[in-house]
Structures are given as structure tokens and as C-alpha cells.
Design a protein around this ligand. Structure first.
Ligand code: ADP
Length: 248
């Protein structure tokens, strides 16, 4: 475990209005458009009437052809875009028409994992994680090295903490990237093709960490992938086509 003390679980932000039993992510009748809002004829609708709930501890895999709207939906859930129409509740907070500040607050509670890990190659695994801690948590009394080591242990990299990231394998780099995303102890993890560049064994290691996060930390995980090798980890698989979520 990578918590600061034995009895501290993932922090629950008191600002959140999540009611017991409510979905961590709850989407109703969500539409999204690209193009100028003031010129209706230039607007292009890319998401159509999306409805989706994801519960605590649930792993949902989203598949579907390229250009179908998966990344757009992911970016709305992650507070990277403002929801324009319909309802999008993240941890009980309504993100429809959200202010920039609200988007930033929500983003801080979400762990993002991408295909490209974007590690600092001139830093060690521990320094990469430490940097994320410094950015997130400026508490002076925090032993950042110890916390970074703890998180790296959680993702199975105890013996690699002092390795420079460019000397790590692709799977190990991805696990360092996951460790960085776990610094803020997210209740939601959004992953976009996290195994696409990995061999079978490394991909497996990466998704097993996600399973551990769902089971042990109660994280809600949404994973976008075309990787058929990992579909079995999902509690639910959803399919996006032409901006619409197909019903199973
Ligand atoms: P996917 O992730 O399934 O490949 P995307 O969400 O990236 O799909 O794209 C959905 C649609 O939205 C596509 O037609 C794409 O061209 C369009 N799109 C994505 N981003 C933008 C943007 N910033 N501006 C205009 N159109 C966009």
C-alpha cells in the first residue's frame, strides 16, 4: 500500500456531493459538438445522447473504431473539456457548463494514463514520481522520497526505483507513468490505449495494476483500448460507434 499511514485510505474530498451508492461517473443525455457554437451550420456533432454510469471499483472498457468519439468522451470525463449539453457528474459534481476552476479541481482527482508515458528520461523512476508529488503536494514535512518509493513498490517496481527511465523497458516505463498518476490517490482512472505499445506480458502487468486499484482502492476505471488481449479484465465492455454508445 502506498498510503501515508496505516489507517488512511484514499481521501474523500469533502467538496464532493457524492451520495452513498451513487455512481462515481454518471452521464445523462450528453451531446458534444466541435466547431463554433455561434455558427450552427459549422458545428459538427460528435457525441449523441450518451448515457453511462460507472460505479466505485468497476472496470469498464470502451472500444470502437477510430474517429467514433472515444477520446472526446474520455476528455469530457477527465475535465479536459467542458460538457456543453446534457449532464455529466464526476464524483457527484455536475460538469455541465463547468467553470475552468471546477474543471481543474476535478482533474486533480483523476489519474490519467496514456499510451505514451511522457517520462523525464534524464530522471530516475523515483525522481519522476517525486516530481509529480512536488507538483501535487507541497507539504514540507512529507518525506517525498519515501512516498515515491512506496508508490513504485505498489506498481511492482521496488527494484527499479533508482534506474534512469530510459534504461527501463516499455512496460516498466508505463508502470512508472501509472505510479505518477497515483500520486494524488485518484478515485477515477482514465486510460487511453495504455497497453498499445507493449508486448503481451508487459501489457498484462499494466492491466493487473488497474485490477488491483479497482479491487483494493475502489477506483472506477475507464479504459479505452483496441487491445483484444486485455478485454477479459473488464467488468463491462461498451462499444462506441459514430458518436453513439451501443447498448449491450
Ligand atoms: P476516437 O477517439 O474514437 O478516435 P475522437 O473522439 O478522437 O474519436 O474523434 C471523434 C470525432 O471528433 C472525429 O470525427 C474527429 O475528427 C472529431 N474531432 C476530434 N477532436 C476534434 C477537434 N479538436 N476539433 C474538431 N473535430 C474534432
Amino acid at each position: 500500500m502506498f498510503q501515508d499511514s496505516q489507517n488512511q485510505s484514499f481521501p474523500h474530498n469533502s467538496d464532493n456531493e457524492l451520495i452513498s451508492g451513487e455512481s462515481i461517473i454518471s452521464i445523462r443525455n450528453l451531446n458534444h459538438y466541435f466547431g463554433q457554437l455561434e455558427h450552427l451550420e459549422l458545428r459538427k456533432q460528435v457525441l449523441f445522447d450518451i448515457n453511462l454510469d460507472i460505479a466505485k471499483g468497476e472496470i469498464v472498457i470502451m472500444t470502437g473504431p477510430s474517429g467514433s468519439g472515444k477520446t472526446t468522451l474520455l476528455s469530457l470525463m477527465g475535465g479536459l473539456r467542458t460538457a456543453q449539453e446534457g449532464s455529466l457528474k464526476i464524483l457527484g459534481r455536475e460538469m455541465y457548463n463547468a467553470s475552468k476552476q471546477k474543471l481543474v479541481e476535478v482533474r486533480r482527482q483523476i489519474g490519467f494514463i496514456f499510451q505514451s508515458h511522457n517520462l523525464m528520461t534524464f530522471l530516475t523512476a523515483k525522481q519522476n514520481v517525486r516530481m509529480a508529488i512536488e507538483l501535487h503536494d507541497r507539504m514540507l514535512d512529507l518525506d517525498m522520497d519515501a512516498k515515491a518509493t512506496q508508490i513504485l513498490e505498489y506498481v511492482g517496481l521496488k527494484d527499479r526505483v533508482d534506474y534512469y527511465s530510459d534504461s527501463l523497458s516499455g512496460g516498466q516505463k508505463q508502470r512508472v507513468a501509472i505510479a505518477r498518476a497515483l500520486v494524488m490517490q485518484p478515485q477515477i482512472v482514465l486510460a487511453d490505449e495504455p497497453t498499445a505499445a507493449l508486448d503481451k506480458k508487459s501489457g498484462r502487468d499494466v492491466v493487473e495494476i488497474m485490477q488491483k486499484l479497482a479491487k483494493e482502492q475502489g477506483c472506477a476505471i475507464l479504459l479505452v483500448t483496441h487491445d483484444n488481449r486485455i478485454l477479459d479484465i473488464a467488468d463491462r465492455i461498451i462499444y462506441m460507434e459514430d458518436g453513439k454508445l451501443q447498448k449491450n
